[in-house]
Write a protein that binds this ligand. Structure first.
Ligand code: SF4
Length: 230
């Protein structure tokens, strides 16, 4: 492990309080930690909490080339409003896209391969210099996330830190209102969970928010949280 046991113990001592976890993570691991954000419907709270502690924290955004224009605009707006000075757009390798998805339609017949090309591989590459990364995953998001811990093994000596695990959509919404944070424009049009445009649809009342992602398919995760970073 590249992270010593004292830091892990401190993170665990911070319990499930997001600000406390972030303060330990961003101060004790400064220069060795990045935050991965989708700039989606619920991203603003985590980014605001992190910006209060270290607005220069590297923020990694997977610019798949398939996002809604609203997401790209929101990524710019949030970075500006919160004063985040190091948001990095991670693009898939141009040559790989030309070889593996020349028509830009891979999502339609092999979404796992598309996520591998446009999300998993770019993040694998970008995360190499870091020893830890922060995610915005919550237990309330899906049945598959109900046992999510605050600190988990990220593979290859890295750790993944999930400060928001206990937050519910209602709490996030209230915090966004309290802080007067900008909202992703698509949340007003029925998109409670927002990924790439071809793989996201609005959801109806009573539906699991993530049912709008890869709707009609067994796929529930893009792969960046399934595979260990090598
Ligand atoms: S979410 Fe869809 S478009 Fe985006 S990388 Fe995955 S399969 Fe491709």
């Amino acid at each position: 492990m590249r992270i010593n046991a004292d830091i892990v113990a401190e993170l665990k001592q911070a319990g499930e309080n997001a600000s406390d976890v972030l303060r330990v993570a961003l101060t004790r691991l400064r220069g060795r930690i990045a935050l991965v954000s989708s700039f989606g419907a619920e991203s603003a709270v985590m980014l605001a909490l992190a910006a209060e502690i270290d607005p220069a924290v590297p923020v990694l955004f997977l610019e798949t080339g398939q996002h809604f224009p609203e997401t790209l605009a929101y990524r710019q707006e949030l970075a500006r409003v919160l004063g985040l000075s190091d948001v990095r757009d991670l693009h898939p390798a141009k040559k790989q896209v030309e070889n593996r998805d020349p028509e830009g339609q891979l999502w339609a017949f092999d979404p796992d391969a598309c996520c591998m090309l446009r999300k998993v591989e770019p993040l694998d590459e970008a995360i190499i210099p870091f020893d830890a990364w922060i995610t915005g995953r919550k237990r309330s998001q899906a049945a598959t996330r109900q046992n999510l811990p605050v600190v988990e093994d990220g593979g290859n000596g890295k750790i993944k830190i999930n400060p928001l695990i206990t937050w519910t959509p209602r709490e996030l919404d209230a915090e966004m209102t309290r802080r007067n944070l900008p909202r992703h424009p698509l949340t007003l049009r029925g998109y409670p969970s927002i990924g790439c445009a071809p793989c996201t649809r609005p959801v109806g009342e009573g539906e699991d928010p993530r049912q709008g992602r890869w709707a009609g398919q067994s796929k529930t995760e893009c792969g960046i949280h399934v595979r260990e970073i090598g």
